[in-house]
Design a protein around this ligand. Structure first.
Ligand code: ADE
Length: 246
């Protein structure tokens, strides 16, 4: 997989991508991440990439030419006319584990990091194939959002993590939050590991874990349960557990 990132601060990516799982994936030849400075595609010798908004208002807007021509440069380099071009913006669709999984099987995509008050809308209209946000808050730029997305996608690329199982059970992979995990010691300061986990009864442990996942999701992120097929028994059990907690 190759990921190209167009941004104003390529240096921001050096440290995160040289320590994490991304580095391991690159070393193993599974992933290549290439950053590009949008300023290199500016038209004037001052490398101007932003300008005042038409219609007035605060802040500056990223000009269309350097972004569009940066994307064209990437398309030429990679030899692709139709791989996704994703604009990172707080006004985008919410980036989820589902989207990360969909991106993890592609051979190429491009991320465009917005800045200032935003990016000239013609980029979204004519060049970007999608607009994504990593959450309902505003960052100073898309670089941090791109790092988050690359991390979430790269760890799902087959072969990047040691055991395939490790992405199956985790939070969000089945639409539920992950059940609680414990390791040794069995008792610490009087705090005991739930006894079912010590039984070796695999069916009992699996049932406990599913119940814990469902309960945690019902407490913290009830909206996620809308997309989950729960049995009547599970629904009744959730209501009872939640009312016992009150
Ligand atoms: N740029 C600024 N805020 C952002 C966000 N929440 N997600 C993606 N890109 C952004």
């Amino acid at each position: 997989m190759r990921i190209d990132i167009l941004c104003l601060f390529p240096a921001m990516f050096v440290s995160p991508f040289s320590h994490s799982i991304v580095r391991r994936a690159e070393e193993r030849g599974l992933v290549e991440v290439v950053t590009h400075d949008i300023r290199d595609f500016a038209h004037d010798r001052h490398a101007t990439v932003d300008d005042y908004p038409y219609g007035g208002g605060a802040g500056m807007v990223l000009k269309p030419e350097p972004v569009v021509e940066g994307v064209e440069h990437v398309r030429q380099l990679v030899g692709t006319a139709d791989s996704p071009v994703i604009l990172l913006t707080p006004a985008g669709r919410l980036f989820t584990q589902r989207i990360a999984a969909d991106l993890s099987v592609l051979s190429h995509f491009t991320l465009v990091c917005g800045h200032y008050e935003g990016v000239d809308e013609r980029v979204a209209e004519h060049v970007a194939t999608d607009e994504l946000s990593i959450g309902d808050y505003v960052l100073t730029g898309g670089e941090l959002a791109a790092m988050v997305m690359v991390d979430a996608v790269v760890r799902l690329v087959p072969g990047v993590l040691g055991s395939d199982q490790s992405t199956v059970d985790e939070s969000h992979s089945a639409g539920l939050l992950e059940y609680p995990q414990y390791t040794r010691p069995e008792e610490y300061r009087g705090w005991r590991v739930p006894s079912v986990l010590l039984t070796g009864n695999h069916a009992g442990i699996a049932a406990w874990r599913r119940n814990q996942s469902i309960l945690k999701t019902a407490c913290r992120r009830p909206e996620l349960l809308d997309d989950i097929a729960l049995s009547d028994k599970e629904r009744a059990w959730i209501s009872e557990s939640l009312s016992n907690r009150k």
